[in-house]
Design a binder for this molecule. Sequence first.
Ligand SMILES: NC(=O)c1ccc[n+]([C@@H]2O[C@H](COP(=O)([O-])OP(=O)(O)OC[C@H]3O[C@@H](n4cnc5c(N)ncnc54)[C@H](OP(=O)(O)O)[C@@H]3O)[C@@H](O)[C@H]2O)c1
Length: 348
Amino acid sequence: MKAVQVTGYGDVDKLEVRDLPIPEPKANEVLIQVKACGINNTEIWMREGAYGTGGKSGWRPEGVQFPRTPGSDITGTVIETGGEVDEAMKGKDVVLFPFTSSGEEGHEHISEDMSFIGSEYDGGYAEYVVWPADLCFDMPLNDYTESAAFSVSGMTAWHMVEQIQAKPGETIVVTGANGGVGSLNIQIAANVFGAEVIAIVGDLSIEEKMKELGATHVLSYRSENLAEQILEANGGPVDSVLDVVGDALFSTSLQVLKKGGKFCTSGSAGGQKTELDFRTLYLKHITMYGSVLGTREEFGNMMKAISQGKIKPVIDRTFPLVEAKEAQQYFKQAGKLGKIVLVPGHDS
Ligand SMILES: NC(=O)c1ccc[n+]([C@@H]2O[C@H](COP(=O)([O-])OP(=O)(O)OC[C@H]3O[C@@H](n4cnc5c(N)ncnc54)[C@H](OP(=O)(O)O)[C@@H]3O)[C@@H](O)[C@H]2O)c1
């Protein structure tokens, strides 16, 4: 099979198209023919060694073992079943829950042994992948590419909205709103939890598209008085901020939060380190939440909301699998709208 592998820490030249044997499923696994794989920042930081210190990265302390096939947002068809798996799964179209963990239900995302597909296991930048049968969910939409737009970004967004316990009528600022996580934060906060969303983007020409996703107001981080504009749009301070940007919008976020407001972070696309005046935090009684991925139950709830049409795929563009390098370079550009998806079928 064709696969794109990361051969070591470094730039996109560490991505190599290779011919590899088709993997064999273990007793509890299935073999899946990959039909689409969404791109996430996680596999870019994995290659760049940007997660940890000392050149190591990945979800386990020992670091990633190269060569590794990245890719975690996988959809495809089950074509073979391991000895312990019901053969009736053959032919099923599935979406993969992206990590294994021995954590108890509801805590699986914070378990020490949490191991991620595309980092600790070979992932979806390939024509075939093996995965535990019980972590394969029914595909929520008929289209493989559309169904591959949610797994990591959507579960992350869903968990963030759950963390802040969003309620109907509350106002939530969503940063990075045109990105993979942000475009789903808008939809989940507005269309599933009934909140009012103020979406923060760079380029205001996408205002209408943001409103179609569920945003009430759309503002630009390029504005010199963004904080005043947020306060004006909401008629006062906001209840929560769902943030994936980090440093670039941190002080604005603290400025616009109400007393007792909630700040939830799951990313730092606009700067990983920041300066914090503790007085802002305690004088305003702000609660901060750090958030990574989510639980199997949340994943299942998200799949249901997708199949009910409450959350829609937002896809910027697709690339053939063999153009994974170009796709990752494109992913890093500003101004995308939603997900980038690799499609093996394009070139085979
Ligand atoms: N914790 C988790 O479980 C988890 C899961 C998925 C992703 N993440 C993290 O979340 C972040 C976003 O991921 P993504 O997949 O949504 O990426 P993405 O699709 O590339 O979106 C990034 C967003 O951040 C905005 N942004 C970047 N720099 C900015 C700046 N200086 N000021 C204001 N906005 C800025 C971008 O706006 P422009 O387009 O205008 O640049 C874009 O809207 C990344 O740090 C990623 O590692 C975390």
